[in-house]
Design a protein around this ligand. Structure first.
Ligand code: HGY
Ligand code: MN
Ligand code: MN
Ligand code: MN
Length: 428
């Protein structure tokens, strides 16, 4: 019966925007900071509540739900050829401190509503459709971005690192995972690795987290590539001392060393020769952190990215050279310079971006090809499956802050394009 390929009419799709918005608002209440901000950190009590909320919605949508050892959650709608590689979609629900309620969430709740709208239209999937809630996309707690999708993509390095990874309160990853009900009686997390050929396609719906779509009045962004992210941890040490009594020639101020390196990051990024190179120092801590005590230790974390991997790596090299020079010139000790991740960019699969373009045309939605400067779980899913991303506009491009906002109309458009894309990919 697989010869009966339904000519799926996208016009029959209806999205329940009202309940989707209510779900977005309800999910946002599982937060460690007051509304309108959202803070939801991996394996915390609020994260566990939010996971339960999503699993419940998946059940109501008739999906069969399973979780892996680190808490990646899968909701599956079996197709009439269930042994074929499935079509997957998904995103994350963890939220960095004081952020918004749409980042990641639109791609999880929107995926569930896309499945609901396909069911309501009478669509029958040939390839099964599977929604993935990635256990943690943000690096907040353990300093590792896209932890769940890196493991799904088979990162042996990460499995090993997680044996000894601890958070800022010295809580081990495995301990925190077990407190949330995962990683039971197993230290070896390679059970998370996806079997080869699990998926014929992976698609992620996400807010743009940039201003282009809104500025150009375009409803749908079709992502062609995801920029290459890198993060570096640096520590300087000095003798510290009394802020009044130690004369300047006798100081080796670890705080000023960090400040100089932060400005060097900006200099090397601006000198890269391209507007596509970016960098910032999002974490800068001084020890002991008393006004009248010369910092004896500084800890900074650098995030630098580019769509060109080599150009980004050149910036990393220059940042390292600057750290060495600062160590010498200021007589401080560069006690740590650790590249936490230095990932390659990912390219979207042509057959998937074409399906998205066709879906946007059928739905009469203005669309454009573009790159993603933010990273996503799609960056790692691209290593084990053909990948594609759908962007919707967000207010002034705001993200990672409480003012983050996407309109009902834009969310509805994104869910419809996702639904039609999933239907097309499921039938081919
Ligand atoms: O930082 C990022 O690019 C991702 O959105 N967390
Ligand atoms: Mn984010
Ligand atoms: Mn995100
Ligand atoms: Mn992201």
């Amino acid at each position: 019966h697989h010869s009966v390929i339904q000519n799926f009419a996208s016009s029959s799709l209806s999205v329940d925007t009202e309940s989707l918005q209510n779900q977005i608002d309800e999910l946002a209440t599982f937060s460690d900071t007051p509304a309108p901000s959202v803070t939801r950190i991996l394996y915390t009590e609020k994260d566990v509540l939010a996971r339960r909320y999503i699993k419940n919605l998946m059940g109501i949508s008739g999906l069969s739900v399973r979780e892996d050892a680190v808490g990646n959650i899968f909701g599956r709608w079996d197709g009439y050829e269930p042994n074929l590689p499935a079509v997957a979609t998904g995103s994350h629900i963890d939220a960095i401190p004081y952020s918004g309620k749409y980042d990641g969430v639109v791609g999880v709740l929107g995926a569930i509503e896309a499945i609901n709208s396909l069911r309501r239209s009478g669509f029958k999937p040939r390839r099964s459709l599977e929604i993935i809630l990635f256990t943690s996309e943000e690096p907040t707690r353990f300093g590792i971005s896209c932890l769940g999708s890196r493991l799904l993509a088979g990162s042996k390095v990460l499995v090993k690192a997680l044996q000894t990874t601890v958070d800022g309160q010295n809580r081990s990853f495995l301990d925190a995972a077990r407190a949330a009900g995962y990683a039971k009686d197993q230290d070896d997390l390679s059970s998370v690795f996806l079997r080869k050929g699990s998926y014929s396609a992976f698609v992620e719906l996400h807010i743009e987290q940039g201003p282009i779509l809104e500025e150009e009045g375009i409803s749908i962004g079709i992502v062609t590539a995801i920029a290459a992210p890198a993060s570096i941890k640096v520590e300087f040490e000095g003798n510290g001392g009394h802020a009044g009594a130690v004369l300047m020639p006798n100081r080796n101020d670890a705080g000023l060393a960090a400040a100089e390196l932060a400005l060097a990051v900006e200099k090397h990024v601006l000198e890269s020769g391209s507007i596509d190179t970016v960098g910032t120092v999002g974490i800068l801590e001084l020890h002991p952190g008393a006004i009248n005590s010369i910092p004896s230790k500084s800890h900074l974390e650098i995030d630098t990215r580019d769509i060109d991997e080599q150009r980004r790596n050149n910036v990393i090299e220059k940042i390292y050279q600057s750290a060495i020079k600062i160590e010498k010139d200021r007589g401080v000790r560069l006690s740590e310079f650790k590249i936490v991740n230095q990932d390659p960019p990912a390219l979207s699969d042509k057959s998937i971006t074409e399906a998205m373009e066709a879906a946007s045309k059928e739905l009469n939605l203005p669309h454009k090809l573009m790159i993603s400067r933010a990273y996503h779980d799609s960056l790692f899913m691209a290593r084990v499956s053909p990948m594609g991303m759908i962007f919707i506009p967000c207010y002034k491009g705001y993200s990672h802050k409480p003012e983050e906002y996407a309109s009902h109309q834009d969310i509805t458009n994104g869910v419809k394009v996702l639904a039609v894309t999933l239907a097309k990919l499921s039938l081919n």
